[in-house]
Each structure stands twice: as C-alpha cells, then as structure tokens.
Ligand binder design. Structure first.
Ligand SMILES: Cc1cc2nc3c(=O)[nH]c(=O)nc-3n(C[C@H](O)[C@H](O)[C@H](O)COP(=O)(O)OP(=O)(O)OC[C@H]3O[C@@H](n4cnc5c(N)ncnc54)[C@H](O)[C@@H]3O)c2cc1C
Length: 493
C-alpha cells in the first residue's frame, strides 16, 4: 500500500514516497532526458511535478548507456588517434616509448563523467522541488473526475499510487535483439559493450545506424579489427546518400570492413568468441568470426507494462502515436522521447518534446516540434551533422533543387587540424534560393550543424548566407564556401 507521508527518503538519495493526498499537476513516468527535462520545465512554469523512474539513478539511456558514455569514449579515441600520429604534429613521445592505452582508466573516466552528471540531476530535482519517486509507474486507465491515478511499484517492491491532473509517458527504449539471441559478455548491446574489460581484438557490428557506426569508430581507433554488416544498401541510411558514401569510403580507408546489403542468417558462439553467417550483397553465403559481436539493429519503445491497454492510446510499430502537441488519444496523457512514433529517437528531440508538453499543460506559449528542423548527428570519425531535407527528399517533395558542395580539403582550418576528409553539402530550392537542407561530414560536423539549424529555422536563403561573414580561419568557413558553391562561386575550391 501507499507509503505516503513517511517523510523518509526511499531507495536512492533524493527520492521520496508520494504523498497520498497530493494531486500533482503532472506525473512523469521515466527519468531520461525527455522526462527529467519535462520535470524541470514543468517546475519552472509553476507546476507541481512528480517524476517516477525505475532505474538505479536518474538520466536514462542517454546518461548511463547512450549519448554521454559513447561521446566520452569517442573523445578518448580522438586523443588516441592524435597520439598515434604525434610525430606529424612535431611531438616526440621519446625514443622507444610508445603510447600505451590504459583501458581501465578510460572506463573510470567515462564512469566519473556519468556520476558527475547524475549528481547534477539530483541537485536540479531538489532545486526545483520535484518529487522524485524510485519505482515503476503504470497508468490505471482514463482520468476519473479529471484526475489520473498511476500505480507505482517501488524498486524495493512496495506499492503506492500517484494522483495527477496530467500524465506524461517517457519510458524510453531498449536495444532490439536478433531473434533467439540474448545479450551476454560475447553478444553485446550498447549496455554490455560500454563496460567490457578490455579492447577486443575483433568485433562484428550488426547494423550501421548511428549506434553501430559510433562503436565501430571507437574500437577501430583502439586497434580492433572491425567488420560492419548492414542489411540496407547503405550505412547511416537516414542521411543524404552522398554522406553515406563518404562515410563508407573513409571507414574503409581506416581499415573498417564495411559490408552493406548483408543479411545476417545466424550468430553462434564459439570457443573463442562468435561466428556470424550472412548472405552478402551478391547473394553469396559468408562466414565471419570475431571475439565479440555488437547487435545495433534499432531500439524498441518501452510501451509494455505501463497500462496502455486500459486507455485509448494508439500504437504504431510499437510506438505511441501523438499529435503535434505530444497528446496521445487518451485525454490528459502525453508521450515524449523514444516511445513516440514518427520522431527520431534522439535525446534532444525527447527533451524538446518535454518542453512542448509542459508548456501545453501550463497553458504557456510554445512551438510544436518541426520534423524538418531536427539536427541529426553521428559522432564517429568522421563526424556527420545534418538538418533538413536530403537532396532526394527535396526532389520527392517537388522542389527544383540546386546543390552546392565544398570539400574540407579547401579549408585552411581543416588543414591545421589535419582533417581533410569530407565536405559540406547545401540543398536549396531554385525558386527562392531557400536553404532546404545542410549535410556535413568531416571535422566538428556535429558542432558546425548548429549554424545550419538556425539558418533553416529562420528560413535563410543562399544569397543571405553568402553575404554572412564567417570568421577566418575556421571550419565554419566551409559553410560559407558551400553556400557560394550553390551559385558556382565558392572561393576556395
Ligand atoms: C549507444 C547510444 C548512443 C546514443 N547517442 C546519442 C547522442 O549522441 N545524441 C542523442 O541525441 N541521442 C543519442 N542516443 C539516443 C538517446 O539515448 C535516446 O534518444 C534518449 O535517451 C531517449 O530519452 P528518453 O527520456 O525518451 O528515454 P530513456 O533515456 O531511455 O529513459 C527512460 C527512463 O524511463 C525509465 N522507465 C522505463 N519504464 C519505466 C516505468 N514503467 N516506470 C518508471 N520508469 C521507467 C527507464 O529506466 C529510464 O530511466 C543514443 C542511444 C544509444 C543507445
């Protein structure tokens, strides 16, 4: 029963049991980036918020086994790549002294970054007087007299209920597994691979979406022999086709064995690791062995056991359907983050959906998420950043398209940082010169894309951007040259 009013902290620091007589303005189920961002904005807007999360610590996939740990490892990988080429930069490591990778220390640093941010989140919850409840939340059905009831099973097993005028579902996603397989110390998902005890000699990565590509990049930098098997005809298939091609080219140059159009038939464990049988793009059966295999074939929304069956909430491909204001078909129940159908499963999308939802609940002003203004980033080496329409999408939508491309080979800052692979591609419409999409592959692409997001938000044109001053020498000048290239007038190429 309800442990209300005990006034003691529950299973983890900063946690409370819900007060039986409190009616919250919103009960949020899930404390990942979607849920905790919504909670903070709700409190900022003066709402009384309960945040229910069943993980040992707040932060969700993103903080514990997603965005943050992978980017920490990618930064290590980048440093390591520079060290391997230290001589090129005039840095001698000493006669006969080779740099040595301390993998345990790499993992310790990654974990300390997570811990720091968990503490930050706990501080923010207290600062905003958000009631954080450690347990699994489940909606009980439609609101009764305008009040929803959420059943909570505390992580320690005790049951209680939370009452709220609105409920926000933010339970996130888990890695999909291939049929018949279970994750362990050889067959890995994003969770296990982030704490393996040593760098594997060889790794097969099934799936060349952002997750598969990032781990391939990390472990290749650390010396692993990496094989990618991707079922679709190209890597990072949501990106512009030319970006996929360039990534594949650079990955191959880095020694990554990229196999597209490869259909995995069987994954078997062996004495030394794993054997993967697949059909290649020519229809020929192939077998590849490795020490470990990473399964990175997409993410399934956590929509089970949260009480959806008792509501009007509709699912599509296992994800929750919402309108532009994040409302589900059940009045007073919203959904945000990775469980939502029709939006990319990205932390910044979930977080923005949380902001939209809370403004809607509080009756404040907001703008719904615009699908065509969402930056998409892959933090591999080379990095990829894009926003807006690909060339193919723009043509499909009936635009008369004009493209400008500028290679980083012509950019002086790219020479300084020793990174000439990749290019900037601008997709614009002929009629008004409006910039419809920007696609970057190369150094700091994930940072450079911020300019393009703002340009698209402000409906900027090629001409406006050709006369927008970019500081010299910067990587961002490659954007200036790419805008110019649309009119055949790049300066440095
Ligand atoms: C390896 C990897 C790298 C990634 N890198 C990036 C990146 O660089 N940038 C980016 O934008 N995105 C990245 N992502 C995606 C990003 O992690 C997700 O989009 C994001 O975490 C989704 O946030 P969320 O709040 O919807 O769900 P989650 O982060 O999954 O959080 C959901 C929370 O809800 C809890 N929960 C589940 N069910 C219940 C319940 N019934 N009751 C209470 N609590 C519950 C879970 O325990 C969890 O704490 C990456 C993902 C992976 C796997």
């Amino acid at each position: 029963m309800c442990a209300a009013g005990r006034g003691r902290s529950a299973d983890r620091p900063g946690m409370e049991y819900p007060m039986a007589d409190t009616i919250y303005d919103a009960a949020i189920i899930g404390g990942g980036p979607a849920g905790y961002t919504a909670a903070i904005r709700g409190a900022e807007l003066g709402l009384k918020i309960a945040l229910i999360d069943n993980a040992p610590k707040l932060g969700g996939t993103c903080l514990h086994v997603g965005c943050i740990p992978t980017k920490a490892l990618l930064f290590n990988a980048e440093l390591w790549d520079h060290l391997k080429n230290a001589a090129e930069f005039g840095i001698k490591l000493g006669e006969g002294i080779a740099p040595e990778l301390d993998w345990a220390a790499v993992l310790t640093r990654k974990n300390s970054i997570i811990t720091k941010h968990v503490k930050g989140l706990e501080f923010l919850m207290k600062k905003h007087k958000i009631t954080v409840i450690a347990g699994s939340g489940r909606i009980t059905g439609p609101a009764q007299g305008g009040i929803h009831t959420v059943d909570v099973t505390a992580n320690a097993g005790e049951a209680s209920q939370v009452k709220a005028k609105n409920v926000v579902l933010a339970t996130g996603s888990s890695a999909k597994m291939l049929p018949g397989l279970q994750a362990d110390s050889t067959i890995l998902t994003n969770i296990e691979i982030l704490s393996i005890d040593r760098v594997p000699k060889s790794l097969i990565v099934i799936g060349a979406g952002a997750v598969g590509v990032e781990f391939s990049s990390i472990f290749r930098s650390f010396g692993t022999e990496v094989t990618i098997l991707e079922f679709l005809p190209r890597a990072i298939p949501v990106e512009d086709e030319e970006i996929s091609k360039e990534l594949t080219r650079v990955f191959k140059k880095r020694g990554i064995d990229v196999n597209i159009g490869a259909k995995v038939e069987k994954v078997e464990k062996t004495e030394t690791g794993v054997r993967v049988s697949y059909t290649d793009s020519n229809g020929k059966p192939q077998v590849k062995e490795a020490e470990k295999v990473l399964v990175a074939v997409g993410r399934a929304g956590r929509t089970e056991n949260i009480g959806l069956e008792k509501t009007k909430i509709e699912l599509e491909r296992g994800l929750i359907k919402v309108n532009a204001e994040q409302q589900t078909a059940e009045p007073g129940i919203y959904a945000i983050g990775d469980i939502v159908f029709g939006l990319p499963q990205l932390a910044h999308v979930g977080a923005m959906a949380g902001l939209v939802t809370m403004a809607k609940i509080a009756g404040a002003k907001f703008r719904p998420i615009n699908r065509e203004r969402i930056p998409s980033c892959t933090y591999s080496e080379p990095q990829v950043g894009s926003v807006g329409l690909t060339e193919a999408q723009a043509k499909e939508k009936g635009y008369e398209v004009k493209v400008g491309k500028f290679p980083f080979g012509g950019n002086s800052k790219a020479t300084i940082v020793g990174s000439h692979d990749g290019f900037v591609k601008i997709v614009s419409d002929v009629k008004y010169g409006e910039i419809l999409g920007v696609h970057i592959i190369g150094p700091q692409a994930t940072e450079l894309i911020a300019e393009a997001v703002a340009v698209l938000e402000l409906e900027g044109t090629v001409e406006e951007m050709m006369y927008t001053i970019h500081a010299h020498p910067t990587l961002s000048e490659s954007l200036l040259d790419a805008y110019g290239a649309v009119q055949g007038m790049a300066i440095n190429a």
